[in-house]
Ligand binder design. Structure first.
Ligand code: RTP
Ligand code: MG
Length: 138
């Protein structure tokens, strides 16, 4: 089976809280390969591309503001079925309900309505992964 690649982001809350290393440790323990990794402070144009599918939703503007609040760590990650596998490691979108054992379940705080502060992003399909990798690793 061909090795897949996905885009992982450690979002601004993860970087600011000093959780990048803990998150990377889980990724590496799972056996995924770090192909490329960089600290990025995305501008609005990059985020509009990245989150195009969410344009117009109620959480869109708060999400973009949050994503511009500090640097993120962008990771090109490779592995067998890594797209689905990383999303499984991350847990469900809302950290208040994400299962224990997942990144969001173990480290995500209860921020009330601030669901956007959920520590990580992972591409959700091969098409999304290709599109998002080209945005963050242009
Ligand atoms: P991600 O894209 O970050 O890996 O997370 P996801 O697939 O689980 O979530 P998605 O539906 O793609 O939403 C993207 C990000 O938008 C924020 N969000 N806020 N109701 C809300 O306030 C809400 N819903 C989504 C989260 O930061 C989510 O990760
Ligand atoms: Mg998503």
């Amino acid at each position: 089976m061909a090795t897949e690649q996905t885009l992982v982001l450690v979002k601004p809350d993860g970087v600011a809280r000093g959780l990048t290393g803990a998150i990377l440790a889980r990724i590496e323990a799972k056996g995924y390969a770090l192909v490329d990794l960089r600290l990025v402070e995305p501008d609005r144009a990059r985020l509009e591309q990245h989150y195009a599918e969410h344009a117009g939703k109620p959480f869109y503007e708060p999400l973009l503001d949050f994503m511009m609040s500090g640097p993120s760590v962008a990771i090109r990650l490779a592995g067998n079925r890594v797209i689905e596998g990383f999303r499984s490691l991350a847990g469900t979108t809302d950290p208040t309900t994400a299962a224990p054992g997942t990144i969001r379940g173990d480290f995500g705080r209860d921020w009330g309505l601030a669901v956007q502060q959920n520590l990580v992003h992972g591409s959700d399909s091969p098409e999304s992964a290709a599109r998002e990798l080209s945005i963050w690793f242009a």
